[in-house]
Design a protein around this ligand. Structure first.
Ligand code: FES
Length: 109
């Protein structure tokens, strides 16, 4: 089961600038690339560092962890490089007018 939750106002996301948003017990790194919005788990799967503070690679559509440099896909959540070996969560995103909506798992709070 999952539920749809308003993450933020679309205008709150600046193109190319990842931002951390905490919502309903989920720590999310939200990224806007032109008209597309992505939402992945903000906590690096290697250690407790914030991916939204890392480097955004627009060509690869990934976020690089600021601590040790693992590169996480914004599409799959999979790390493309060590030391991280486990994916971070990926949240389905829809944009409804000016609202950014994410799908949160019902049982994961
Ligand atoms: S804390 Fe992110 S790669 Fe080590």
């Amino acid at each position: 089961m999952s539920r749809l939750v308003r993450l933020c106002h679309l205008g709150a996301l600046v193109d190319g600038q990842p931002v951390r948003i905490d919502i309903d017990g989920h720590r999310i790194a939200a990224v806007r690339i032109e008209d597309d919005v992505y939402a992945i788990g903000d906590r690096c799967s290697h250690a407790n560092f914030s991916l939204s503070e890392g480097y955004l690679d627009i060509e690869q559509c990934s976020l690089e962890c600021p601590k040790h440099g693992s590169n996480f896909s914004l599409v799959t959540g999979e790390p493309g490089s060590f030391p991280a070996t486990r994916p971070v969560p990926v949240y389905a995103v829809t944009v409804d007018g000016d609202d950014v909506i994410v799908e949160l798992p019902e049982d994961d709070q």
